[in-house]
Design a protein around this ligand. Structure first.
Ligand SMILES: O=C(O)C1=C[C@@H](OP(=O)(O)O)[C@@H](O)[C@H](O)C1
Ligand SMILES: C=C(OP(=O)(O)O)C(=O)O
Length: 429
């Protein structure tokens, strides 16, 4: 896709969109389908680059995964049928693939090496490697095993009892997945609730899993059984159009079949708190996950403070929330979001740079952002930092900018939302 030039837009946004499948659920459907016995059919799978990395990893270990558009048929033959890959596994830009796969590879009794792109090679892996080593995993790599590339000599793992030092669903999931390959019980306790798709799907696939508040325990006693997965629409993708609807005058947009798992709906709570005209309708449960339709209209927004336990429920939405805050009256404060510093890029620095270039009044702090609204946006040349969520935030900002917005490279959008520009076009006049 490369460089994108977006002209100023003067109309309202209207229409209905079904955003693509949830990235987190899509990854997990491939992982559990590949570890299970039997045929798993997945529908509304996210055809984004990150999820394709997870498919390729299991294909390299001998699993038959047929993909037709957004439908998958996974022929699982159980954990013992997985074969040693003959080549290093490439995880591209995908933190979720890397961290969840490390949990599994550590417990499969063969040798693997894994690597990623420049961004992924700078993201911390010790947060997963350390607990896995406590489970007796043999992992080595750059910087003592805290950075990719990593080499994994799979071993029979031992269960552990572990309290997560970081608020991370990827770390939690890596340990739980290792736990279903380990001897004895594995218990993970988190300090704040992070997304629980792994737990939901392990239940659906018949694993021995018990949940008690923020503590989850698994054992290897029950082999996984195939279970079909209908992937909900990704609320993290919907967030860009929720924001667009709220800030572009006259807009009225409906987003259908969006995942509403309460560990992910922080963006809805924030929009309500900022005074947005937002309605959630037609809620129903699909494959163990709540979904529904969301209607959003242009709104007069007020500033807010976002901190504490809500942060993991909206961590990926903070760049687009920062844009929303530029259009809200007053000072918006975002705290406790230090995890943003270790995403695809340092998202605190990237958001400050991009929105400042577009004329916003915004400061970065160690663990968040302070945004002074309401400011009108000018336009200008911005960098996407090769980060899909920064690129999409820039594109949505162009809808309210007075001049052209030029994004240096929007290729990364295909990580999580390949049809983003088509969808954007479909709701403009
Ligand atoms: O488990 C997952 O699918 C994810 C967890 C989050 O990362 P952390 O676990 O690093 O917070 C999130 O930012 C990422 O986009 C997807
Ligand atoms: C942080 C993200 O993904 P990952 O960690 O899987 O690279 C994201 O999609 O915003």
């Amino acid at each position: 896709m490369g460089k994108v030039t977006l002209s100023p837009y003067n109309g309202a946004l209207s229409g209905e969109l079904a955003v693509p499948g949830d990235k987190s659920v899509s990854h997990r459907s491939v992982i559990l389908g590949s570890l299970a016995n039997g045929t798993t059919k997945v529908t509304n799978f996210l055809d984004g680059e990150d999820c394709l990395r997870t498919i390729n990893a299991f294909r390299s270990m001998g699993v038959s995964i047929k993909k037709e558009g957004s439908s998958l048929t996974i022929e699982g033959k159980g954990i013992s049928a997985l074969k040693e890959p003959t080549e290093p596994l490439y995880f591209g830009n995908s933190g979720t693939t890397t961290r969840l796969m490390l949990g599994i590879l550590a417990g499969l009794e063969f040798f693997t090496t894994v690597y990623g792109d420049n961004s992924l090679s700078n993201r911390p892996m010790d947060r997963v490697v350390n607990p896995l080593r406590l489970m007796k995993a043999a992992i080595d790599g750059r910087n003592g095993g805290s950075l990719l590339p990593l080499a994994i000599r799979g071993e029979k793992l031992q269960g552990i009892n572990y309290t997560l030092p970081v608020k991370s669903a990827q770390v939690k999931s890596a340990i739980l997945l290792a736990g279903i390959l380990a001897e004895g019980k594995t218990t993970v306790t988190e300090k704040a609730q992070t997304r629980d798709h792994t737990e939901n799907m392990l239940e659906a696939f018949g694993a021995d899993i018990r949940r008690d508040g923020l503590t989850t325990t698994v054992t290897s006693s029950k082999p996984l059984q195939a279970s079909d997965v209908n992937v909900p629409g990704d609320i993290s993708s919907a967030a860009f159009f929720l924001a667009a609807g709220a800030i572009v005058p006259g807009s009225n947009i409906r987003l259908t079949k969006v995942g509403l798992n309460k560990t992910r709906t922080g963006i809805i709570d924030v929009l309500i708190d900022m005074g947005a005209n937002i309605k959630v309708e037609n809620q129903q449960s699909v494959s163990g996950e709540l979904i529904g339709d969301i209607n959003i209209q242009f709104s007069n927004l007020q500033s807010t403070t976002i901190e504490g336990e809500i942060i993991p429920r909206l961590i990926d939405e903070i760049p687009i929330i920062a844009l929303l805050a530029t259009q809200a009256e007053g000072k918006t404060i975002i705290k406790d979001a230090e995890e943003l510093r270790v995403k695809e890029t340092d998202r605190i620095a990237a958001v400050v740079d991009v929105l400042t270039k577009l004329g916003a009044n915004i400061e970065g702090t160690d663990d968040g952002l302070i945004i002074y609204g309401k400011t009108s946006l000018t336009g200008g040349k911005i960098s996407s930092y090769n980060d899909h969520r920064i690129a999409m935030m820039g594109a949505i900002a162009s809808l309210i900018a007075k001049e052209e917005v030029i994004i240096d490279d929007a290729t990364s959008i295909s990580i999580s939302y390949p049809s983003f520009f088509d969808h954007l076009q479909s709701i403009t006049k």
